[in-house]
Design a protein around this ligand. Sequence first.
Ligand code: FPP
Length: 256
Amino acid sequence: MIGPQVASGDKSTENIIPDTMRHTGPRHVAIIMDGNGRWATQRGRPRLFGHHAGARRVREVVERCPEIGVGYLTIFAFSTENWKRTQTEVAGLMSLFRRYITKEARALKEFGVRVRFIGDRVRLDDKLVKLMDELEQLTENNDVVHLTIALNYGGRDEVARATQRLAEDVAKGILDPAKVDQETLPKYLDTCVLPDPDLVIRTSGEARISNFLLWQSAYAEYEFIDTLWPDFSADEFTRLCEAYGGRERRFGGVTV
Ligand code: FPP
């Protein structure tokens, strides 16, 4: 593991971390998994074929995390804007999420992955929400990798929901409005227990963040790569994390 940057104290993989990554790799990586539709279209197949191929890439990337000292991985599976897609694609994606959870639960548990979901569950169907709750409970004692799946997630929606809860606490007299500062709001975000992402990767050549982790990524480093998500590999993931290790992060300050 990567010393002070990882969540668990497990030192079992210490000897296989490349020297370039010791103490310098990203602790939390967030990924916008884009390009499934184009990948399928290039093959003359329906878009859902691309989403299924995309879902198969997730395990390989999750399993690479402990080797390279990534303790937290957050993936964007469905945005608050994705409901605008055709009914067929939305229904297919929802069915894919149910299938993914059912099929992967045991492997995730055995690998030591702690799964969390972020996003608004209100619009999701009951069966899916039940599976999400069960997977969170099943893996709640794991800490090899913290996998967060953003499902019906939007950064603006998250901040709005957080602000609503914060305002409720003010109205109840639990929170003093004069004491609301940059430390207060994140406590109400879906990500309240997670560190901020160090590195955000977007596949498929688009250079935008599409409402993903807006508050949390204020000082993240970004990698926009051309690879379509179903072609993304654990080795490419490792290379991006290694490249991050060479960057200088100043958080608005200067290097002395
Ligand atoms: C963006 O590609 C991808 C999505 C909206 C869905 C992401 C879902 C997966 C990778 C699979 C499922 C994930 C889990 C956790 C089971 P796009 O459809 O916008 O691609 P395009 O830009 O080429 O059209």
